[in-house]
Design a protein around this ligand. Structure first.
Ligand code: IPM
Ligand code: MG
Length: 368
């Protein structure tokens, strides 16, 4: 059987240097666990714009459609701030999400014990935190029509449209319920049914899916603003949260920061199953391209490494190897190694990006 294929898109800023660490991890799994991948690499975001004048070429898009999984670093940076909207680095990422139809974006917010002191919240509020946000990723106000900036009565008007079909809500609800079955079987759905018709429909459809096919799941509903408040007040009340594209963008940043370390959080974006049964999939860290520290060996590669762990779990059916990799990262933190984003005190010497990657490899070795 052919090796599973992986397309790596390092992107901009710290993307290439964190991805270099993931390459080491991938090689380790090949050499030590017999897990071989056909890895190809290509450009996305500003890097693609610099080379080709677009943030994602049609060729790269076609490749992404063919592979078993895509692993992306990060896109964007100040050098591209003045570009036309249509060729901004972010458009490359949005095109991948839309054309691969990656409707279910899984964003875990997990608090590593060793980092509980990093949160701005009290340790007891967040220690042991383990929630999963399922964000709808291919519809809603990010993509709804009409959109644009138009002239109206002598002034300009900016328009975006929040739009959800029943089918779009149904499928992301199922993704959330399926995940909840592997966790604590609780889902909280967030919308603004008090002001938006799309929210009324969202609530109805999510409830109907639960009643018809997931009676074993405890479903609650919350207005998204109250949800944001509850996330900060008592985040451990949640297991799985399912929400739309824009609310999910905001709520997942809130949830991420609860853990105190954006540099630790991975994500998976999953679509419908391909012929081989694997879902279309793209994995990426939740953090951005951090242009201010790019190229200095200061970036934390853990979120990107953990994104590869999610690929092992969700694309390659290697749950045990994913556990192995996640434990390796956790052990590195427990032993006190820290990249600068995880340092509280001045004076101690931070680990570099590649020292962090090497330490994860050492823990993987120790796990054998
Ligand atoms: C995210 C980011 C993206 C989004 C940007 C980079 C387009 O904020 O993945 O959360 O808004 O979806
Ligand atoms: Mg965001």
């Amino acid at each position: 059987m052919a090796n599973p294929s992986l397309l790596i898109l390092p992107g901009d800023g710290i993307g290439p240097e964190i991805m270099a660490e993931v390459h080491k991890i991938i090689e380790w799994f090949g050499a030590k666990r017999g897990l071989h991948f056909d890895v190809s690499e290509d450009l996305v975001g500003g890097a693609a714009y610099d080379a080709h004048g677009v943030p994602l070429t049609d060729e790269t898009m076609a490749k992404a459609q063919e592979v078993d999984a895509v692993l992306l670093g990060a896109v964007g940076g100040p050098a591209y701030d003045d570009l036309d909207f249509s060729v901004k680095p972010e458009r490359g990422l949005l095109r991948l999400r839309k054309e691969m139809d990656l409707f279910a974006n899984l964003r875990p917010a997990q608090c590593f014990d060793a980092l509980a002191g990093f949160s701005t919240l009290k340790p007891e509020v967040i220690s042991g935190l383990d929630i999963m946000i399922v964000r709808e990723l291919t519809s809603g106000s990010y993509f709804g029509e009409p959109r644009g900036i138009f002239e109206e009565n002598g002034e300009r008007v900016g328009i975006n449209t929040q739009r959800y079909t029943e089918g779009e809500i149904d499928r992301v609800a199922r993704a959330a319920f399926d995940l909840a079955r592997k966790r604590d079987r609780r889902v909280c759905s967030m919308e603004k049914a008090n002001v938006m018709e799309s929210g009324i429909l969202w609530r109805e459809v999510v409830q109907a899916v639960r009643d018809a096919d997931y009676p074993d799941i405890e479903l609650s509903h919350m207005y998204a603003d109250a949800g944001a408040m509850q996330l900060v007040r008592d985040p451990k009340q949640f297991d799985v949260i399912v929400t739309d594209n824009l609310f999910g963008d905001l709520l997942s940043d809130v949830a991420a920061m609860l853990t105190g370390s954006l540099g630790m959080l991975p994500s998976a974006s999953l679509g419908v199953p391909m012929e081989n049964g694997r879902p279309k999939a793209l994995y990426e860290p939740v953090h951005g391209s951090a242009p201010d520290i790019a190229g200095q060996g200061k970036a934390n590669p853990c979120a990107c490494i953990l994104s590869f762990a999610m690929a092992l779990r969700y694309s390659f059916d290697q749950g045990e190897e994913a556990d192995r990799l996640e434990s390796a990262v956790e052990n590195v933190l427990s032993k006190g190694l820290r990249t600068p984003d995880l340092m509280q005190k001045e004076g101690s010497t931070p680990a570099t990006t590649s020292e962090m990657g090497d330490a994860v490899i050492a823990e993987l070795e120790a796990s054998l």
